[in-house]
Each structure stands twice: as C-alpha cells, then as structure tokens.
Design a protein. Structure first.
Length: 133
C-alpha cells in the first residue's frame, strides 16, 4: 500500500508505504472471530480508517498458494505458518477479503498473482499508481 498523498519531493524523494492496513485487521477479525464481541473493534476500524491514495490487494489461486508454500522456507510468523499448513482455509480467507474492499469509495487495484512473475506484479502496481496520480 503506497500513500503518495504524503509524497513530498523536497523530502529526499520518499513516500509512505505500508504492507498492512485497516482492511487486513478488519478482514482478520471478521473471518476468524465472527462470533466474538471483538467484532465491534472491526466495525470501528472500518468506519474510522485512514484512506490511502493507492491500495493494492494481491490474491492468488489455491494452486499458486500451494506452489509458493513448497518453494519458500519456514513461514516467519505463527499466523503465516497456520495459513501455509491450511491452504484451503487460506484460500477461503483470501476470497473473503475481495467483497470487503471498498472499491467504490477508495482507489484499489486487485491483482491475481497466479502464474505472474514478481516483475509483472511490480509493473502492474507501478502502472496503477502512475495512472491514478
């Protein structure tokens, strides 16, 4: 997630980039804790989040997730390990996200990375940012 609204050329040509945002927390809470009182926290996040100028969601097929699990070393976090140990659940979680993305009110691009190289995904991401300045 890039926030180019905070980009100021005079400040060392830098900008803010986040790899997580309100929607990741909201989806996590709604998917994994739907029967819990904590869901009210999810609603607060949805209603009061910071809007970024460019948002990119990466998704993939179940087959792609399985290929990536086989190619990569041990997951970095317990949650990542849980998802890699349960690729079908990971796929359901991934599909759960898509309807939550506020495409009508925010600038979002959804990229299915299945079968794509890192360079292709990066190029599409950069194109999206440049097209939407």
């Amino acid at each position: 997630i890039f926030d180019l609204l905070q980009y100021v050329p005079s400040q060392n040509d830098s900008f803010v980039m986040m790899d997580r945002n309100w929607l990741s927390m909201y989806a996590h809470l709604c998917f994994f804790y739907s029967a819990s009182p904590i869901i009210s926290l999810a609603e607060v996040l949805r209603e009061s989040h910071i809007t970024f100028s460019h948002n990119i969601y990466l998704t993939s097929s179940l087959g792609e997730k399985r290929k990536r699990i086989d190619r990569h070393a041990e997951p970095l976090t317990g949650f990542d390990k849980y998802l890699s140990d349960n690729p079908d659940l990971h796929q359901r979680y991934d599909k759960f996200w898509i309807p939550l993305i506020p495409k009508e009110s925010e600038n979002w691009l959804i990229i299915d990375v299945s079968g794509k190289t890192k360079r292709e995904v990066l190029k599409r991401s950069i194109d999206f940012i440049l097209e939407n300045e």
